[in-house]
Design a protein around this ligand. Structure first.
Ligand code: NAD
Ligand code: ZN
Length: 381
């Protein structure tokens, strides 16, 4: 794009969700220039995550349509708005669905990544600055999603939701770092922190769980036990270092008892990535007394209640929870990309499918059928 686009409305292709659950339609949209503290990005690659599908189906929440979904992506800064000093046109970036303002008490805390200003907000369909959308078709506004809306050739994002990464990193690979992979990886590396040689149990072997397994492998875990109701998940999981597999349906005892028996009293660490409440209870109760730590990642049903005998806690087990793997988007995500560049982290195996932008609905089909892990969508196709 020539620099003449700066300050101008850009007309480009975007995949519009006009109605809940209906196939997306590629349309020409107008993308307004970025305002104060905003940047406009040219998206090169995006991928589909469960959260997009969940809000597109709009079964459990107030529907907000027409909307441009998408939040896992990689792109290049096209132009920046007023007061943006950290980014410039040409920078390679990953947009992130939750932000880091660097100014609030959470951003200033070493322990939190729950920025007060830019924390994930699934209900908001407009920019914070002026409560307006930057997308329109014939003057009619189209709503944003998660502040990212990456199913568009150009999008406008708050500067606090943009991680500037190594320009040599291949965006068609590292784009998956912007959501699910970092969530699982960080849950293990930043929160569970398994010492070398530990035994780690991973509950739920979707992309998030397998990223948690990847974290366990990187940490030097000696045994990684995968737990899933679907036995077919084990074959794929072996590629991610999962060494043993338990299907709770194949046992007449609770899975925590099965794991206690396999490990001589319990695992050192567990990471729950299914969101099922019973699985969460098992993930907590299967850690060893005295030192075991369980980390909750999966998002349970809103009415779910965690029930366990308090003696399980008294006997020195710890339960922790984490959002986005405790990574601060701007400060920490460039470092995850560096792990890939140094070949410490393998991302290629997460990308199991690829489609051109014109066939984006196929990515939805794969996810709805539970096929594969991540489907890469190439914006130039
Ligand atoms: P996924 O659907 O691909 O994988 C979930 C896996 O869990 C499936 O393989 C399924 O068979 C398995 N499963 C379901 N019930 C189970 C049970 N009772 N016991 C064992 N396994 C069971 O999902 P995903 O994309 O990998 O996401 C996993 C979870 O992480 C979701 O709940 C998602 O909402 C959550 N998530 C959390 C964050 C966060 O920041 N905390 C971010 C992204 C996603
Ligand atoms: Zn903040």
């Amino acid at each position: 794009m020539p620099s003449t686009t700066v300050g101008q409305v850009i007309r480009c292709k975007a995949a519009i969700a006009w109605e809940a659950g209906k196939p997306l339609v590629i349309e020409e949209v107008e993308v307004a220039p970025p305002q104060a503290m905003e940047v406009r990005l040219k998206i090169l690659f995006t991928s589909l995550c469960h959260t997009d599908v969940y809000f597109w189906e709009a079964k459990g929440q107030t529907p907000l349509f027409p909307r441009i979904f998408g939040h896992e992506a990689g792109g290049i800064v096209e132009s920046v708005g007023k007061d943006v000093t950290e980014l410039k046109p040409g920078d390679h970036v990953l947009p992130i669905f939750t932000g880091e303002c660097k100014d609030c008490s959470h951003c200033k805390s070493k322990e939190s990544n729950l920025c007060e200003l830019l924390r994930i907000n699934t209900d908001r369909g407009v920019m914070i600055n002026d409560e307006q959308s930057r997308f329109s078709i014939n003057g009619k506004p189209i709503y944003h999603f998660l502040g990212t809306s990456t199913f568009s050739e150009y999008t406008v994002v708050h500067v606090g939701c943009v991680a500037k990464i190594n320009p040599n990193a291949p965006l068609d690979k590292v784009c998956v770092v912007s959501c699910g992979i970092s969530t699982g990886l960080g849950a293990t590396l930043n929160v569970a922190k398994p010492p070398k040689g530990s035994t780690v149990a991973i509950f739920g072997l979707g992309a998030v769980g397998l990223a948690a397994a990847e974290g366990a492998r990187i940490s030097g875990a000696s045994r990684i036990i995968g737990v899933d109701l679907n036995s077919e998940k084990f074959n794929e999981a072996k590629k991610f270092g999962v060494t043993e597999f338990v299907n709770p349906k194949e046992h007449d005892k609770p899975v925590q008892e099965v794991i206690a028996k396999m490990t001589g009293g319990g695992v050192d660490r567990s990471v729950e990535c299914s969101g099922n409440i019973n699985s969460l209870i098992s993930a907590f109760e299967c850690v060893h007394d005295g030192w075991g730590v369980a980390v909750l990642v999966g998002i349970p049903h809103k009415d779910a209640v965690f029930k366990t005998n308090p003696l399980n806690v008294l006997s020195e087990r710890t339960l922790k929870g984490t959002f986005f793997g405790n990574y601060k988007p701007r400060t920490d995500i460039p470092g995850v990309v560096e792990k890939y560049m140094k070949k410490e982290l393998d991302l290629d195996k997460f990308i199991t499918h690829e489609v051109p932008f014109s066939e984006i609905n196929k990515a939805f089909d794969y996810m709805l059928k539970g096929e594969g892990l991540r489907c890469l969508i190439r914006m130039d196709g």
